[in-house]
Design a protein around this ligand. Structure first.
Ligand code: ZN
Length: 378
């Protein structure tokens, strides 16, 4: 989990004197064939070799120290999530690493400060979910963020029995009891809605997942204010006593459905806009041309996209494989780029754009159009 404090600390980190930080983002997603059998190790070595080329002579020794430490770490590293992020300044014994449940393009940098942009963007983009699990007397509240769950203080409201069990209860007619019971269910739902309102103020979650007994959830939905009911993204079927790990697993399932749906909408919007010529392109050729012109605002690519290509040795322009042998901007010679897609993603980020990986049906739809496309700035 990356906290707000982590980011503040990293932002403030500047090595004393003329120090350097080696930053590495590594796609370690084990659902990708290329990452199995520790393929990510090779990617890391290649990225660091690319970085080495640009290292200033005076910083070479520092680079070597940080690189050695980083590679040592990666050799014994076991992937847990989708991406690994490391910032290392071996000379000042500075080290920060996290596993993130979000896909991130593999990038390495050696600069005077940690390269934070991809991390900050991923955090901004990731949605926070609220989860409420309730029956008629108890409600448990959770927030889920980046694959982790946090439980908050529960809400309790005692409900009187619906049936007559003691002599005291005979004072109540069955009808009164029912009315009394319904009123309790109602007030309990109102309390829960109040707590949810506080929770959304504090944690700013974008979406809400509800679960529990039909009666309790139904009443909650009736009393939930519009700005909360609009955020309901799905329901889960779990007893109110379910362990947090089960709540998390169910919340992630809903989250993935929501994401897949959003990705489908994004790809459809991309294909429609590209067909109309409305500030969007699809296919490797058109996308790279737009990228070379600095027009890419948001790049969209299929998770299994295997784009190959080359870069101009003179001006750095990027070309898709079947394109010609010399740069059509400056006539320079082209050189094949290993891990070409990563180079493309890095270029987009460097130009202030954003990147979106899509999976599932959205990826299939995009693959039919070349596996890559972009929304353009103009
Ligand atoms: Zn060129």
């Amino acid at each position: 989990m990356v906290s707000y404090e982590d980011i503040e600390m990293l932002k403030a980190y500047a090595p004393q004197g003329d120090g350097w930080v080696l930053s590495l983002y590594l796609d370690v997603d084990q659902s990708k064939a290329s990452n199995r059998k520790r393929g990510f190790e090779t990617v890391a070595q290649n990225l660091l070799r690319d970085v080495e080329r640009g290292v200033d002579e005076r910083a070479r020794e520092e680079f070597e120290r940080s690189r050695a430490r980083l590679l040592r770490f990666i050799r014994s590293y076991e992937p847990k999530k989708k991406s690994l992020v490391v910032f290392c300044d071996a000379r000042h014994d500075f080290w920060w690493d996290r596993d993130l449940p979000v896909p991130m393009p593999s990038v390495a940098r050696f600069e005077n400060v940690p390269y934070l942009r991809p991390l900050i963007e991923a955090l901004d983009e990731y949605e926070r979910y609220g989860v409420v699990l309730m029956d008629k007397e108890k409600a448990r509240l959770f927030t889920v963020y980046m694959g982790e769950i946090q439980e908050h203080e529960a809400v309790f409201d005692d409900v009187p029995r619906r049936t007559v069990t003691t002599s005291m209860d005979r004072l109540w007619s069955q009808k009164n009891l029912q009315r009394h019971h319904d009123a309790h269910v109602h007030w309990h739902a109102v309390h829960v809605a109040e707590r949810l309102r506080e929770l959304v103020e504090r944690y700013r979650f974008d979406r809400l997942i509800v679960g529990g007994t039909v009666e309790a959830v139904g009443e909650l939905m009736r009393v939930l204010p519009k700005r909360l009911s609009e955020r309901v993204a799905g329901t889960i079927s779990l007893p109110v006593t379910a362990p947090a790990s089960e709540v998390l697993a169910e919340a992630i399932r809903v989250e993935e459905q929501v994401e897949r749906q959003a990705e489908l909408q994004m790809v459809d919007a991309l294909l429609t806009a590209a067909a109309k010529g409305d500030r969007a392109v699809v296919g490797p050729m058109a996308t790279l041309e737009a990228l070379n012109a600095g027009r890419v605002w948001r790049l969209v690519y299929a998770g299994h996209c295997t784009l190959t290509g080359s870069a101009c040795t003179q001006c750095g322009a990027l070309f898709w494989e079947p394109q010609r042998a010399t740069c059509w901007y400056c006539g320079g010679t082209l050189e094949a780029v290993p891990g070409f897609l990563n180079r493309v993603l890095e270029r987009v980020l460097a130009l202030g754009g954003s990147v979106e990986e899509v999976r599932g049906p959205a990826a299939e739809r995009l693959e039919a159009a070349g596996g890559i496309g972009a929304f353009l700035r103009y």
